[in-house]
Design a protein around this ligand. Structure first.
Ligand SMILES: [Zn+2]
Length: 219
């Protein structure tokens, strides 16, 4: 079954950087397919293709959660049928509502697994972005499995703590990831987005190790 992941967030928050980082960490498996919907801005197609060799579909004539829904569904189903990718990563436009996009997925006539839904939030522009487009801002966070804060090294500890508090109040028990970006994110996201399968994987790995050597793979 095809896996679908969504990396949402405002313009300049670091969505593309996070996708690149996760591609390099093999989070999306082999030969994932990226659908990019950042219309009206310079896109990073070539850079991404060259750097991480990902296949891409660019939808830039509207927003996939509203004006482009019909096209998007057709393209997505065709992509799944024709190319049979293991994993599709979707980067919605800055001004898309994640809750609406999730409703769009419900219209898909092909079985799929919604794998990871994450929203990237710029720590520096937190207050500013909140006032500019509050509705989108919180919708994207409330509808995600986890929130990733970017540029955390560039704000004070107090500011970061205050941002985390404000977000946590809105997203309940879902996780906020605010490690510096040179940390490996794949395990953090895995644990935040699918704690049950993560725990199962960890115990499976534990069992496979010879007795007396309780070290995790990669540790
Ligand atoms: Zn939209």
């Amino acid at each position: 079954m095809v896996k679908i992941s969504v990396v949402s967030g405002f313009l300049g928050s670091g969505k593309t950087t996070l996708i690149k980082k996760l591609l390099k960490e093999d989070y999306f498996g082999k030969n994932p397919y990226l659908i990019e919907n950042d219309y009206g801005v310079v896109n990073l197609d070539d850079q991404l293709k060259n750097e991480v060799g990902v296949q891409m579909l660019d939808m830039s004539s509207g927003c996939i959660c509203c004006s482009l829904v019909g096209n998007f569904l057709v393209e997505l189903e065709e992509l799944i049928r024709m190319r049979q990718p293991e994993h599709i990563i979707i980067e919605p436009s800055s001004v898309s509502k994640l809750s609406e996009l999730q409703n769009v997925f419900c219209m898909l006539k092909i079985p799929y697994e919604l794998y990871t839904t994450v929203t990237v939030v710029d720590a520096i522009r937190f207050a500013q972005n909140q006032y500019v487009a509050e509705e989108y801002f919180w919708d994207q966070m409330k509808s995600a499995d986890a929130v990733v804060l970017s540029k955390v090294e560039k704000v004070s500890k107090e500011t970061l703590a205050s941002i985390c508090r404000q977000i946590q109040e809105k997203i309940g028990d879902r996780k906020i990831i605010c490690e510096p970006w040179d940390t490996a994110y794949a395990p953090l996201l895995e644990k935040a987005c699918r704690p049950v399968s993560y725990e199962a994987n960890v115990s499976a790995r534990r069992l496979m190790l010879p007795r007396g050597r309780m070290r995790f793979k990669g540790a």
